[in-house]
Design a protein around this ligand. Structure first.
Ligand SMILES: [Zn+2]
Length: 66
């Protein structure tokens, strides 16, 4: 009659040393997903797009959802 409770030793997880702050750098167009080059970019409402066309596209899709 050995009803011994198996002790579950909690494994000590090592602290993540690679805790780098995630900085979101937008490098792709929100509309088409193409990488935006530094010279060719269209900035609107705090977001980058590769062209005005893509911005309009994004705005239109937003309006349709609402
Ligand atoms: Zn685009």
């Amino acid at each position: 009659m050995a009803a011994e409770e198996t002790k579950q030793e909690t494994l000590v997880t090592p602290p993540e040393t690679q805790a780098k702050p995630t900085i979101e750098i937008q490098t792709n167009c929100l509309a088409c997903g193409k990488p935006i080059r530094k010279l060719k970019r269209y900035y609107r409402d705090g977001k980058f797009y590769c062209s005005k066309k893509c911005w309009i596209k994004k705005v239109k899709t937003k309006q349709e959802k609402q």
